[in-house]
Design a protein around this ligand. Structure first.
Ligand SMILES: Cc1ncc(COP(=O)(O)O)c(C=O)c1O
Length: 435
């Protein structure tokens, strides 16, 4: 293997995210030399279907010619300029489109999801402070929710593995009952359970609303929690409660935005609009780091003033990077031209039918789907199931990383029926050797 040298160099200096580095003594990371469509290629030419869209970012395949051309064109014009005191066509055009598509009013930018969470929390706090309600400083999130891992974002994240160690550094926040329909009582519908879960927020807000700035939620799918899905009625009820109690609703669509759940934004399925919307990941179709926070005009107006100190002075060096904005615009152009959501519905239905054998597998529970996300839980999975399954999937030509005992499929939207067949056959084979 020619890439042993690269692996040794990597192990010496590269510190990987979300990884206990010592485990790489047993299993090496996958060396990726190039990508094309849904495929990742190692230096020996072996290929792996990127079944989780490289941590949920990729929409239209690797090395997409159209997105690449847009970035190259922008590279010839201006690669980056600071957004404080300057503006440029890509950021203006992208903001216009995001405002039109989201129904919100103003777009603020950063480079990753956690920063978007930080910005949304700060904007909400700042709004209440400027409108004369400085007591409203509390944040409410949902049990098992994930909003990123910088300290502010981690404060509203509820995943023990990522949070507990850093607990002494974090500001406290309140978690309300999860709407995950797997937790419903026997005979209770997903909708009834969602409304019961929302009642726990109602119970909290009736007592505490004067101290609460915002509720932050991952609409329809709590991805990092293991693709926990809920009924849209949950979001409709949350919106009503936030209106009733004068609390902001922050939709964290960092993972589910841009068509993942079947609509461009997941909250559309609940016929609501949030006050603040966090976007990242798929915003550039997985090409360059970018995140955005869309805000209502009311929030914007609360910090719009003659006094500098009343303004929202948050900043990142790469805010509104023109290359990333061009990638995002190229992705939105594909959405507009190719009726992507409709074609995803057809592909999704094909995958659903073809997955019957997985659904019927004796070890598979809670097979579920939201748009272009499928997941199932594996019973009696044994120790280290996730690592064992991951390795088994690689031998099947698949990059597929379960979350605990939950196997999920989140392929790029350009996947073909033949590639879906490969994905499902490999998933079944990996499951068979892993349980
Ligand atoms: C819902 C949600 N919010 C926030 C984040 C954090 O994004 P990033 O990893 O870009 O900081 C993620 C990442 O998985 C996410 O799924």
């Amino acid at each position: 293997m020619q890439h042993n040298d690269l692996l040794a160099r990597s192990q010496a200096v590269v510190w990987h995210p979300c990884t206990q580095m010592k485990q790489h003594e047993q299993t090496a990371p996958l060396v990726v030399a190039r990508g094309a469509g849904v495929w990742l290629y190692d230096p020996d030419g072996r290929r792996y279907l990127d079944a989780i869209s490289s941590w949920w970012v990729n929409l239209f395949g690797h090395a997409n010619a159209e997105i690449g051309a847009a970035i190259r064109d922008q590279l010839e014009r201006i690669e980056h300029v600071m957004l404080a005191g300057c503006t440029h066509e890509p950021v203006v055009a992208l903001s216009e489109q995001l405002v039109r598509l989201s129904g919100l009013a103003h777009a603020f930018y950063a480079s990753d999801g956690a920063s978007a969470t930080e910005i949304a929390l700060k904007m909400s706090f700042h709004y209440w402070r400027n409108v004369g309600k400085p007591r409203k400083i509390g944040f409410v999130s949902v049990k098992n929710g994930y909003h990123g891992e910088s300290l502010g974002a981690l404060s509203v994240t509820d995943v023990a593995l990522f949070k507990d160690v850093y607990a002494p550094l974090l500001r406290s926040s309140v978690q309300v009952m999860s709407p995950d329909w797997r937790l419903a009582e026997p005979g209770e519908s997903a909708e009834a359970y969602a409304l019961r879960a929302a009642q726990s927020l109602a119970d909290y807000l009736v007592l505490a609303h004067a101290d609460v700035a915002a509720v932050i939620v991952e609409p329809l799918v709590q991805c990092a929690a293991g693709m926990a899905m809920h009924h849209a009625a949950y979001l409709t009820r949350l919106r009503a409660l936030c209106d009733q109690y004068d609390v902001h609703l922050i939709a964290d669509e960092i993972a589910v935005g841009f068509g993942r759940t079947g609509t461009l934004f997941a909250y559309e399925q609940a016929h609501i609009k949030p006050d603040l919307l966090c976007l990242s990941k798929g915003i550039t179709a997985g090409y360059l780091p970018l995140s955005a926070v869309l805000a209502t005009d009311a929030i914007y107006q609360a910090v719009y003033a003659d006094d500098t100190a009343r303004g929202f002075l948050h900043s990142h060096s790469y805010t509104g990077n023109p290359l990333a904005c061009r990638a995002a615009l190229a992705s939105l152009a594909i959405f507009a031209r190719d009726a992507v959501l409709e074609s995803n519905r057809i592909k999704g239905d094909y995958l659903d039918r073809a997955a019957q054998v997985l659904r019927d597998h004796p070890r598979v529970r809670h097979f579920r789907r939201a748009g272009m996300i499928w997941a199932f839980d594996v019973t009696k999975a044994g120790t280290n199931f996730s690592q064992r399954f991951y390795q088994a999937a690689l031998t099947q030509g698949l990059m597929l990383r379960p979350i605990g005992n939950t196997v999920y499929l989140m392929p790029p939207y350009v996947i073909t029926e033949a590639e879906i067949d490969h994905l499902l056959a490999g998933t079944l084979a990996a499951l068979t050797v892993s349980v």
